[in-house]
Write a protein that binds this ligand. Structure first.
Ligand SMILES: Nc1ncnc2c1ncn2[C@@H]1O[C@H](COP(=O)(O)OP(=O)(O)O)[C@@H](O)[C@H]1O
Ligand SMILES: O=C(O)C1=C[C@@H](OP(=O)(O)O)[C@@H](O)[C@H](O)C1
Ligand SMILES: [Mg+2]
Length: 288
């Protein structure tokens, strides 16, 4: 294995303050605002006061993810989300939730909402690697040190996170390729966000392909879709190792919506439903 960037110090420097103070991940704390996100869940009659509080908090303090989502999600949706999370949290028993899926599938976006809904800390693997390597971006790491260096450090991040509890971890799209990474993720619950490639291509093009080194030679929709298809053909089996799957195609049918119009809140709810079904099934099997 090439010289990997030792995470012993830099990585633990990022985690240690969280472990010692027991603080929820600073990212969530930075996102949370003067209003406790639990208070978002009110009867619709309070929605005006909540909305005004949310909008005022978003002026003077960076709004929490739920609050910002609340601006696009109804109070009823947020209430359903929080109620489901309370059910799931009991069965989760502190186990970490790992989101896997192709680049652009919404792991980082949904991960933040899921963490705040569960009252878990949130980590994004790519961001941890960038922070531990002195702020170098993922694209720069690929360019300057190569993909193997990146993958070695991705494995080290997952190994260290697997020692912790009550985390939502958004992995990078290629984390599923190494069996050792599954050994770490299988200590928790892994959920595959399965998004049709055409929807992925649209999102990634809208976001810009520069930040994704495995794509950035591609320009234009067809080339990006072709590249994503090649990657997916190689990885489909790996994503299938996840303990649960959230298919956006299925959500689209259930909600009679176009896949591209399914919101992160709706996906987060489906993640919770799939985890709930899985854990209740596991519990019933154990009882038998
Ligand atoms: N449900 C969604 N609908 C539309 N766009 C989304 C959705 N979820 C995420 N996105 C957008 O897609 C892009 C990739 O999302 P991100 O969370 O970074 O995915 P990943 O971490 O899986 O690569 C971002 O621009 C994000 O705003
Ligand atoms: O699919 C992949 O191999 C990658 C996905 C990226 O993460 P996202 O899935 O968050 O874009 C990032 O880890 C890197 O560019 C490699
Ligand atoms: Mg991501």
């Amino acid at each position: 294995m090439g010289a990997t960037f030792s995470f012993i110090n830099p990585f633990m420097n990022i985690l240690t303050p969280l472990l010692t103070t027991g603080a929820r991940f600073s990212q969530s704390l930075q996102l949370s605002s003067s209003i406790n996100s639990d208070k978002i869940v009110r009867k619709s009659s309070d929605s005006e006061s909540v909305q005004s509080k949310v909008s005022s908090s978003s002026h003077n303090v960076q709004a929490s993810v739920l609050e910002s989502e609340c601006l696009s999600a109804s109070i009823e949706e947020i209430e359903t989300l929080k109620n489901k999370a309370e059910e799931v949290e009991e069965y989760l028993d502190g186990r970490c939730v790992y989101l896997v899926g192709m680049m652009g599938s919404g792991k980082t976006t949904v991960g933040r909402i899921l963490a705040e809904t569960l009252g878990y800390s949130f980590f994004d693997c790519d961001r941890l690697i960038e922070q531990a390597v002195g702020g170098t971006t993922v694209a720069e790491i690929f360019e300057l040190r190569g993909e193997k260096f990146f993958r070695d450090n991705e494995t080290e991040v997952l190994q260290k996170l697997s020692l912790m509890h009550r985390l939502v971890v958004s992995t990078g799209g290629g984390a599923v390729v190494r069996p050792i990474n599954w050994r770490h993720m299988h200590k928790g619950i892994s959920v595959w966000l399965d998004v049709p490639l055409e929807a992925l291509a649209k999102r990634i093009i809208a976001q810009g392909t520069k930040s994704r080194p495995l794509l950035h030679e591609e320009s234009g929709g067809d080339a990006t879709l072709k590249r994503l298809t090649t990657l997916m053909d190689k990885r489909a089996e790996n994503y299938g190792n996840a303990t649960a799957t959230v298919s956006l195609q299925n959500i689209a049918v259930k909600r009679e919506k176009d896949v591209c119009n399914i919101t992160p809140t709706e996906i987060t709810l489906e993640v919770l439903i799939q985890i709930d079904n899985l854990l209740k099934h596991q519990k019933s099997v154990v009882v038998l």
